[in-house]
Design a protein around this ligand. Sequence first.
Ligand code: HEC
Length: 196
Amino acid sequence: MSVKKILSAVALASALWSVPVVTAQAQGIVEANFTAEGAAERPANWRRWVFVGSPITPNGLNGGAAPFPEFHNVYVEPSAFRDYQATGEWPEGTQIAKELVLVRENGNAENGSTAEVSGVGYQQGEFAGLELAVKDSERFSSMPGGWAYFSFGHQAQPYNASAEAFPAEACNACHAASADTDFVFTQFYPVIRAAR
Ligand code: HEC
């Protein structure tokens, strides 16, 4: 066996047998802040994070009762995004924010669309809520994949200052079942797919 082959066999063996615990701090990932009681604090500048996509499933196309009737503007905290670009995996400490934005009101048709200078369709109106996903398998060891989910209110601003993690069955379960990669709905985020 050549030296090269032996070295790669050793590397493979150590990769298989000793999975190193890589903390978010060790990787320089900007983490969420938590209160003494363990609630997540609202991030400060999520609109300056990396914008990755904006799914929309309006009421007008879902019998008037869409589960997610607003635009969902999704932003990834930049240090986690950079790490994902390098490794193709979400590092410990990843934060992803989803801001809810109502469909613009402007003489809406029955299907909720508006006629604008650009054509007939759906445009963003007012902000209506903020949610956050955090990957931290130490802090949230009971959550599948280490992902915990928070809501800072489904309302106009100001959003709540802090939020408790939802139980796994409220949020995590649907993400586990239907999200394309590691609990994240990559199928709706072209910016994430392009970064892979
Ligand atoms: C029925 C399935 C379902 C449930 C339950 C659910 N989500 Fe999601 N979630 C989605 C889908 C689909 C997306 C992506 C597109 C969208 O939001 O329209 C998403 C995206 C997100 C994102 C953006 C990052 C990502 O993983 O794509 C956050 C943050 C989020 N959800 C938070 C929550 C919170 C908080 C809860 C619980 C209160 C929750 N979700 C419950 C289906 C679900």
